[in-house]
Design a protein around this ligand. Sequence first.
Ligand SMILES: Nc1ncnc2c1ncn2[C@@H]1O[C@H](COP(=O)(O)OP(=O)(O)OP(=O)(O)O)[C@@H](O)[C@H]1O
Length: 380
Amino acid sequence: MSAPSQDAVRAALAKVDDPEIRKPLPELGMIKGVDISDSGDVSIGIYLTTASCPMKTEIGDRVRNAVLDVPGVADVDIELDVMNDEQRTELRKSLRGDSTEPLIPFAQPGNLTRVYAVASGKGGVGKSTVTVNLAASLAARGLSVGVLDADIYGHSVPRMLGSTIRPTQVEQMIIPPVAHDVKVISIAQFTSGNAPVVWRGPMLHRALQQFLADVFWGDLDVLLMDLPPGTGDVAISIGQLIPTAEILVVTTPQQAAAEVAERAGAIALQTRQKIAGVVENMSWFETPDGQRMELFGSGGGETVAANLTRAVGAEVPLLGQIPLDPQVREDGDEGTPIVLTQPESAPAKAFSSLADSFAVRKRGLVGMNLGIDTTRNLMS
Ligand SMILES: Nc1ncnc2c1ncn2[C@@H]1O[C@H](COP(=O)(O)OP(=O)(O)OP(=O)(O)O)[C@@H](O)[C@H]1O
């Protein structure tokens, strides 16, 4: 068989996406060159955004597999190089435009991303668990999903999604790692080890602003934000930064928990945000003989939904009830949400029908320029 043409190899490369930026490598200026020998040996030069790019093996594998599929290719050799400053600037401009104003894409008119802030009155009710399972479930349906772990003090989202790598930085632009098809950004990725974060309101506000404006989220269908428990500064900041963000309140069935959850939801009255609904977690435990044991009582979700409906003067639905199941915790600890590992289990089905109730559509705005250049450094 004769050696493949440059066109054939480049056509194959045009179908290879960067795993994090999710656009074709040639479009990102990441193909340095293609050499083809008479015997069909192909050598591909790839520019990485940074020398420490955590995705370099994945990128090399994707390129190798795509090119090996081209008829006439005998072997593929990958040579990695690193972009220079000029090339990085070009990449940043091609992704985020030329503006120097740091803007939050989700707050711009015409932006089609649905943003949900997941809130709870107190800690430990399963807010992060709901966030990651909902995100994974929506991503599994083909939606483009991002999670911003805004639970600055109790950041557990990266662990629950099994995301261990740090984001790549291209100039002032941060590329979020992807886990289970979900883009993930968390303060945990910017602190060393398990160090606690002790920040006051204004610093938190600034950090959130940077996570929203400096991260290259791309064209998301849905952004879920895991808020810290309570009615604190972060909820108010989100209300100011993205007024169109809707609040999703998570509670347990317990009446005491319901009362504090209601306060978290009622913050929407101050910030004038819409409440998307209420999720009741740990609703019951199902015994092997099929009996439901209501370990934390019952009715919390209904109560919060009814009281918030009254308070805001608009229907706040109870969107779902998630059973208590040790597998939910085990899978969370393993970094593989139960909706992916055991989709037929009762909790996974409950998460999945919760995702249905969002009735989300793909936004279909491929190529729309949402990103804006920024000149600030994260946490500076
Ligand atoms: N339905 C469930 N069944 C069993 N375990 C659950 C369920 N939901 C959550 N958990 C477990 O309960 C613990 C607390 O959950 P999670 O961290 O999601 O709560 P949280 O509200 O986000 O807490 P915080 O805001 O304090 O971080 C975790 O260990 C989690 O795995």
